[in-house]
Design a protein around this ligand. Structure first.
Ligand SMILES: Nc1ncnc2c1ncn2[C@@H]1O[C@H](COP(=O)(O)OP(=O)(O)OP(=O)(O)O)[C@@H](O)[C@H]1O
Ligand SMILES: [Mg+2]
Length: 258
């Protein structure tokens, strides 16, 4: 039975999509079956999976709509694309229209949960990439998940972004998903040559010590990430055994074995 993990932060550009993509590849390398769900209308994650004909494919937006409209006989499998032995439910800008529709429906925070439940047994891990907006889509992800992995860059105000997300997690726990846990805080884009990095890392570790896990693995800042994304690839394909590839492998081990 899959563990469902949402990757989130209310701050934009802090490595959510990069982490979802590369963690999926690293977990797959450990022999696990992974499903990734792109729950961001920007569809950045989908673009890294070499999906052809993005305009004409069935996406998470269509799938949520099918569940919302109580369509009968739809199968989640029809919305899944397999690539490099990883399963993906892609996204597109259509998800924005779905989001608008969901906002006006009562109880729509559980739609994604209802969709995932029947396919859960086919996977070891389900990873959900979210947008920085705390909208009904992100709430759906948190409702459907066992835990949330918070990515944070090592820039000023990193702690603010983490704390805001944690407040949201508390509310979701109280109101709709009492089992939701924080898997851990992942520091991304780490430039360990700078003093600011050292200061902020210490600050985050001290602040959450004994309360929330800060992953031992820190993701280094490297131009390889941008280059890989530009060429629509995972780090494992674009720069295997580079520092960032090794880091995501280590993160996968922390997640799967600890
Ligand atoms: N480890 C890294 N080293 C260098 N650049 C990185 C690293 N991780 C991510 N980036 C770059 O930072 C930018 C933002 O990353 P990413 O898209 O993963 O963030 P995000 O949190 O998903 O953003 P959004 O909130 O817009 O969805 C990208 O241009 C990416 O190439
Ligand atoms: Mg993103």
């Amino acid at each position: 039975m899959a563990e469902i993990i949402t990757v989130a932060n209310r701050k934009g550009g802090v490595g959510k999509t990069t982490t979802t993509l590369n963690l999926a590849y690293s977990i797959k390398e450990l022999g696990k079956k992974v499903l990734v769900i792109d729950l961001d209308p920007q569809a950045n994650l989908t673009r890294c999976f070499d999906v052809e004909n993005l305009e004409n494919i069935k996406t998470i937006g269509h799938l949520l709509m099918a569940e919302l409209e109580e369509e009968e006989n739809y199968s989640v499998k029809d919305y899944v694309i397999s690539y490099d032995k990883i399963d993906l439910i892609p996204s597109s800008i259509y998800l924005s229209a779905t989001e608008t529709q969901m906002r006006s429906e009562t109880g729509s925070e559980r739609i994604l949960s209802e969709i995932i439940e029947p396919v859960r047994e086919h996977y070891d891990y389900v990873l959900i990439d979210t947008s920085p907006a705390l909208n009904i889509l992100t709430i759906n992800a948190l409702c459907a998940s066992d835990s949330v992995l918070v990515t944070a860059d090592t820039q000023m105000f990193a702690v603010v972004g983490i704390n805001e997300l944690l407040k949201t997690v508390q509310k979701i726990k109280k109101r709709v998903n009492s089992g939701l846990k924080v898997k851990g805080i992942l520091l991304t884009m780490c430039d360990n040559r700078t003093n600011l990095y050292k200061t902020l890392t210490e600050q985050v570790e001290e602040m959450f010590q004994g309360r929330i896990k800060v992953f031992q693995t820190k993701i280094p800042k490297t131009v390889k990430v941008g280059e890989a994304i530009y060429s629509g690839q995972s780090i494992k394909k674009y720069a295997k055994d580079s520092s960032v590839d090794v880091a995501y492998d280590n993160l996968a081990k922390e997640i799967c074995y600890e």
